[in-house]
Design a protein around this ligand. Structure first.
Ligand code: SIN
Length: 491
């Protein structure tokens, strides 16, 4: 294995969970030793491991393996698939400390957030293990006599998933769980930054009884792997979580093969606080919605709209609480903010802040690379913003709280909806009539009312407009991996 054990911040109970090979057809495959990609700890810059830089031909082979595996997997009963998924979830819980350590080492989020992510990730396996038993068809009333109309729901077949670095575990199980439950087989291409969590999950999946050709993991060159997956006629479904630009490109690449797509893309979440809100409740939620994963989630509060009467009180509290955040290597005790994923993320934030300041915005706290250096950025609060600044329309994806003042409900609704994205929105008020009005009028796929803790396995996660297609998790999530077949039977 030859992993750089010294560079791993914490010792693992089961070091065998660390892999530097791809999981293909039930075997660990290392690929060309001269073409390997480093996995870097964003907190220290240390190289943790190297993984294979696979490309088009290995991905095509993985697709062929998956095709061969499909018939046997789909022939298992929902109950049999369910038992395996439950066992996989159980193994994730049993190995949660090791998985969290791996995740923090390669992704940077604090250990407590990593362990929450592992529980969140396992919840999708548990949930879809149950759904596997409930893939039911239908019998419809025929408009003409002498016919019976039946509806079958069948697995779509060979699927592929391209997953992001911000949730290296949960974005895999949120796709692989429903795929396997439905009777599909799946190939995952994890983000280049965070392949080790994906490979550890593959290890546990196999231990749980998922055949090695039913769920495969291929690491490497994103464009080549993506092209192989998109161009293949065997792959009938692609699920992607990432930026809108890449989602749009994948959509175009999948057009010739008319693939079914699930796209969970960028957000620009409005976080709206009315004068009548419970300020402490709104503050707790804002700290979560803004600083979870150092601001690197698609549903992070991107624009914080605060009504004039409560604006100063909220801004003061936000400055106080943000200043108190403990920043450092996520593997150390008590850390609340880890590093950003890489230098590119830092440069993006700096560019957004420079643009806003040059157009009249004011930085109330932070605004610079943190004294730790590297990819640590100071939690930042910026005020006096207007809608024509880049920060108002682009996803920040970092620890920057952008505050806007508003006067009326109509004004804030217009501002909130003035976005091409429509993933998550948040709303804080005690007025029930307003809760209904606003929840219905906000052009977003998800609305948190007096809460920011909206992510769980039960709610349908997904967006509208440029934020994507389809829903993940929930009782709706499995539909993305099923086809509906209609049978008209003369009797
Ligand atoms: C994401 O940022 O893509 C996912 C966030 C979540 O599931 O809460």
């Amino acid at each position: 294995m030859n992993l750089n054990a010294l560079e791993f911040p914490r010792t693992l109970v089961r070091p065998e969970l660390l892999h530097q090979e791809c999981w293909l057809n039930g075997q660990w495959q290392g690929g060309d030793p001269d073409k390997r990609l480093p996995v870097i700890n964003p907190a220290t810059g240390a190289i943790l491991a190297h993984v294979p830089n696979m490309g088009y031909s290995v991905t095509s082979q993985a697709i062929a393996n998956a095709q061969s595996a499909l018939a046997a997997w789909r022939a298992r009963t929902g109950k049999q698939r369910s038992v395996i998924l439950k066992r996989w979830a159980q193994l994730m819980h049993e190995n949660a400390d090791d998985l969290s350590n791996i995740l923090t080492a390669e992704q940077g989020k604090p250990l407590n957030e990593a362990s929450s992510e592992i529980a969140y990730a396992a919840s999708f396996l548990d949930w879809f293990a149950e759904e596997a038993k409930r893939i039911d068809g239908d019998i419809l009333q025929s408009p003409v006599s002498g016919q019976r109309l039946l509806v079958l729901r069948q697995p779509i077949g060979v699927c592929a998933a391209i997953t992001p670095w911000n949730f290296p575990a949960a974005m895999i199980t949120r796709k692989v769980g429903p795929a396997l439950a439905a009777g599909c087989v799946i190939i995952v291409k994890p983000a280049e930054h965070t392949p080790l969590t994906a490979l550890a999950l593959a290890h546990l999946a196999y231990e749980a009884g998922v055949p090695g050709d039913v769920f495969q993991v291929v690491t490497g060159e994103p464009e080549e792997i993506g092209n192989a997956l998109c161009e293949s006629d065997i792959v009938r479904k692609l699920s992607f979580t990432g930026s809108t630009d890449v989602g749009r490109m994948l959509m175009a690449k999948c057009a010739p093969t008319v693939k079914k797509l699930s796209l969970e893309l960028g957000g620009n979440a409005p976080f709206i606080v009315f004068d009548d809100a419970d300020l402490d409740e709104a503050m707790d939620a804002l700290m979560l919605a803004k600083f979870r994963n150092s601001g690197q989630t698609c549903i992070c509060a991107n624009r914080v709209f605060v009504q004039s009467g409560i604006y100063s009180a909220l801004a003061d509290k936000l400055i106080e609480r943000t200043r108190a955040l403990k920043i450092g290597d996520g593997s150390a005790e008590g850390i609340q903010q880890g590093p950003l994923i890489d230098g590119r993320a830092i440069r993006k934030i700096q560019a957004l802040l420079e643009d806003a300041v040059s157009h009249g915005a004011r930085i109330a706290l932070g605004g610079h690379v943190h004294e730790n250096g590297g990819t640590f950025f100071e939690p930042t609060i910026i005020q006096d913003l207007s809608k024509d600044m880049r920060i108002s329309s682009e996803e920040i994806f970092g620890p920057v709280a952008a505050l806007y003042r508003f006067d009326t409900e109509a004004d804030v609704l217009e501002l909130a909806n003035a976005s091409k994205c429509g993933l998550a929105a948040y709303l804080f008020t005690r007025d029930h009539a307003r809760i209904w009005r606003m929840s219905e009028a906000l052009e977003y796929g998800m609305v948190g009312v007096n809460t920011a803790a909206i992510s769980n396995e039960v709610g349908p996660f997904g967006g509208i407009k440029h934020s994507g297609l389809g829903r993940e998790g929930s009782k709706y999530g499995i539909d993305e991996y099923l086809e509906t077949k209609y049978i008209c039977m003369k009797v």
